[in-house]
Design a protein around this ligand. Structure first.
Ligand code: NAD
Ligand code: UD1
Length: 344
């Protein structure tokens, strides 16, 4: 049997492939991993790194999830039993500039994937959703809260969630875990794979890491007048390896594995803890011993003061919880950034 990983050469996908290849106690290690990625935000160099880390090979197919014919061929040639669907565009600012590309890739692309899965009777799916679907709800955020979106990227995640809920309602054979990620950071402990954003990073951690390594001059801290511990924004940062292990657990909880996920189920993947921007900067400074100049600037439009998860459901439903602390997250980010100062 095979597992299809769309977007598997990307940041979260590549870490998940490592965890799948290395297996857990209950994981059948004989499964073939098939990655489909159009390389719009990743490189095939990741494939060598995956082999270096695990000593195993994956099957890589360069294809776009919007291309139904190409997907059909993948399902015809491999005995796929479940899909983890990471492929998509993810930059909030860019999504407001080129919304059609976001709706095309994230929404139409997912519908194409679901059509082909239906045709081949593959009805087990793990989907990359985001805490962005909680809109302005007050933290801790739990899965029963109403959802909303404030930008085209968030809309695409919400639309796909609605599609997945409708699909599962229409056909009880579907088993879908909609994983709502909080703020993934960190890198594999080997320093061989990590986050490799194109251009100037939008997210805090890659920005701080590039300042620490001297690639960017100075961090801008977006606001210090929030009602938080030190006035700067608080987020629920989660180590990408914990997040990856959450995918392995979600896969084991799907219908084909006779697990606990029935129909379509939204599940938070977060730690339940919040950390402020200045706490991140100070911890990064301590660990890297690098200078991290910063300047306080006005708030970024659309930002909330505090966002963190109620992570209980992932515990009870998947038997998963985050284990790695902020020190591990930042040590691993720093190892990756300092050993690969210009990415791949
Ligand atoms: P990433 O950009 O590193 O990985 C996404 C991968 O998908 C890339 O390798 C890219 O080349 C590929 N891709 C994009 N469009 C494609 C298409 N049409 N066909 C085939 N491949 C395509 O991003 P990531 O951080 O690994 O995120 C993975 C998923 O998780 C995304 O869906 C993202 O929206 C979601 N997510 C990410 C975060 C985060 O902070 N990183 C938070 C919440 C949700
Ligand atoms: C962003 C996205 C969100 C996505 C999430 C996880 C926006 C508006 N939201 O949210 O949709 O789900 O990432 O990928 O982009 N910060 C600075 N300086 C910087 C960058 C960030 O001070 O240069 C601050 C922010 O104001 C925030 C914190 O750092 O308080 C984290 O920011 P970021 O990494 O962009 O994540 P989110 O704001 O949670």
């Amino acid at each position: 049997m095979s597992l299809l990983i769309t977007g598997g050469t990307g940041y979260i996908g590549s870490h998940t492939v490592v965890e799948l290849l290395q297996g857990t106690d209950s994981q059948d290690l004989s499964k073939e991993i098939v990655i489909v990625d159009n390389l719009s935000n990743s490189s095939t160099k990741v494939l060598d790194r995956l082999e270096q880390i695990t000593g195993k090979k994956v099957t890589f197919i360069e294809a776009d999830i919007c291309d139904e014919q190409a997907l059909d061929k993948v399902f015809s040639e491999h005995n796929i039993e479940a899909v983890i669907h990471f492929a998509g565009l993810k930059a909030v600012g860019e999504s407001a500039e080129i919304p059609l590309s976001y709706y095309q890739n994230n929404v139409s692309g997912t519908v194409s994937l679901l059509q082909v899965m239906t045709k081949h009777n593959v009805k087990n799916l793990v989907f990359s959703s985001s805490a962005t679907v909680y809109g302005n709800n007050v933290s801790p955020l739990n899965e029963t809260m109403p959802t909303s979106a404030t930008n085209p990227y968030g809309q695409t995640k919400l639309m796909v969630e609605h599609i997945l809920f409708d699909l599962a309602k229409s056909d009880p054979e579907w088993s879908i875990a909609c994983l709502r990620y909080f703020n993934p950071i960190g890198a594999h402990q080997s320093g061989l794979i990590g986050e490799n954003p194109n251009g100037i990073p939008n997210n805090l951690l890659p920005y701080v890491a590039q300042v620490a390594v001297g690639r960017l001059a100075q961090l801008q801290v977006f606001g210090d007048d929030y009602d938080t511990v030190d006035g700067t924004g608080v987020r629920d940062y989660i180590h990408v390896v914990d997040l990856a292990q959450g995918h392995v657990k979600a896969l084991e909880a799907l219908g084909h594995a006779k697990g606990t996920v029935k129909g379509c189920q939204a599940i938070n993947l977060g730690t339940g803890n919040g950390t402020s921007v200045l706490e991140i900067v100070n911890t990064f400074k301590d660990i890297s011993q690098a200078d991290i100049p910063y300047k306080i600037v006005p708030r970024r439009a659309g930002d909330l003061a505090t966002v963190y998860a109620d992570a209980a459901l992932a515990g009870s439903l998947l038997g998963w919880q985050a284990n790695l602390d902020l020190t591990a997250m930042i040590e691993d980010t720093w190892r990756w950034q300092s050993e690969n100062p210009n990415g791949f």
